[in-house]
Design a protein around this ligand. Sequence first.
Ligand SMILES: Nc1ncnc2c1ncn2[C@@H]1O[C@H](COP(=O)(O)OP(=O)(O)O)[C@@H](O)[C@H]1O
Ligand SMILES: N[C@@H](CC(=O)OP(=O)(O)O)C(=O)O
Length: 449
Amino acid sequence: MKAAKFGGSSLANATQLKKVVEIVKADDTRRFIVVSAPGKRFATDKKVTDLLVELYQKRNKNESTDSLINEIFEHYKEIGQDFQIEESILQQIYQSLLDLKELAIEDNPHFFDKILSSGENNNAKLIAGVLQAEGVNARYIDPQELGIIVSDEPLNARILSSSYKSIHHWHNSPEILIIPGFFGYTEKGEVCTFSRGGSDITGAIIAAAMNVDLYENFTDVNGISAAHPGVIHHPEPIREITYREMRELSYGGFSIFHDEALMPSYRAKIPVVIKNTNDPSHPGTLITTERKNKDQPIVGIASDSGFSMIYLNKYLMNREVGFTLRVLEIFKDFGLNYEHMPSGIDDISIILRANQLTPEIEEELLRKIAYVIDPDELRITHNLSMVMIVGEGMKQRVGSMAESTAALARKKINIEMINQGASEVSIMFGIHEDREQDAIRTLYYTFFE
Ligand SMILES: Nc1ncnc2c1ncn2[C@@H]1O[C@H](COP(=O)(O)OP(=O)(O)O)[C@@H](O)[C@H]1O
Ligand SMILES: N[C@@H](CC(=O)OP(=O)(O)O)C(=O)O
């Protein structure tokens, strides 16, 4: 049995949807289909979820949403146009969009979630209708009926562990279930979405709950490549990768997969394959617990920007009991999440996402650190990118660090920070944002060509 998730790029228009219908028909073990909201039809197009974000903003400003509603509806109509679907489906979609005009804003903590979730919900209804019209025994199912119950954290829900058992009750469904991705319901029955890109999460939850043999994640490329295709021309494809490696790459900025999405399928030890809707016979990339091909020490290079780093130095820091704890307590008091904290004998660096800082917060934070910790040196660096080389094989291989630093030095890229986790699955380099693409290129050509 398989669960398949189709991303927005696979559902953007009628031509793409025809490919999806063929994929569903081609293998009768594909029993659970998770769908995203319609994606971009062309480079300058807007995906439906982004139009819904605009709708939310307009509602908040009390501006008319009529033209947006029409634009979104026209997109659904275009997707359904080549199929003999029942007229009532499009009417239902139109009505649900009109209902968004009436949704209460006041005392409605799930206002944004309700608007966003309509993108996938309407698409799942449309696709179920299309599959039925094409003779497939399929049905739309609402996440509440299915049992996707989530924590009450607007725009950032998490699945409750009790959900898996309820969802499993549907594993023998005679109909193929068409499930909208990206949201669930709280215990009180309110719609709550996962974070952006969260249809991947729904796919993994369904795969784990139904205990399928394979979770297929369909997108618009032949699996994952060793670096971002926008930076490296024809990067090498990755045929097989472990969950740990994929987790590091997703964290490091591989936008192809939501980084939280792997958790449910990882725990359930279900293999995931990333496949191309436009070329379904291509093997894509397989994500498993252990990879068979151990020859490749480094599988990929990822990067992400928008970091700041606070550097602290205090002579004999290592003798002060509770030093790190006191520093982190300050971060906690400011409600700041940190991402990494490499340390030396007398110094530590704390790296955090810069979008949490305003000039006021930054000033107060530094003042508090100076007062509580009394460091010999305290400074903050902005506009950093984290560039990562990832691969389980690095543990056995001598010299990955030396080759990387030599490659960066050759390009005169200054390394502000190096971090290697205890698991030795990745090495991370903090560099100035301006040199991010140069760093990826030089590291890629060092390890791949
Ligand atoms: N390392 C990588 N390998 C392959 N694709 C990548 C990589 N990094 C980023 N991408 C991009 O991710 C895109 C697919 O992911 P996504 O936007 O989530 O698609 P979907 O709409 O199917 O969910 C690809 O079109 C590609 O441009
Ligand atoms: N539509 C949602 C959820 C999602 O996962 O979409 P996609 O599978 O197209 O990345 C978003 O844009 O965030």
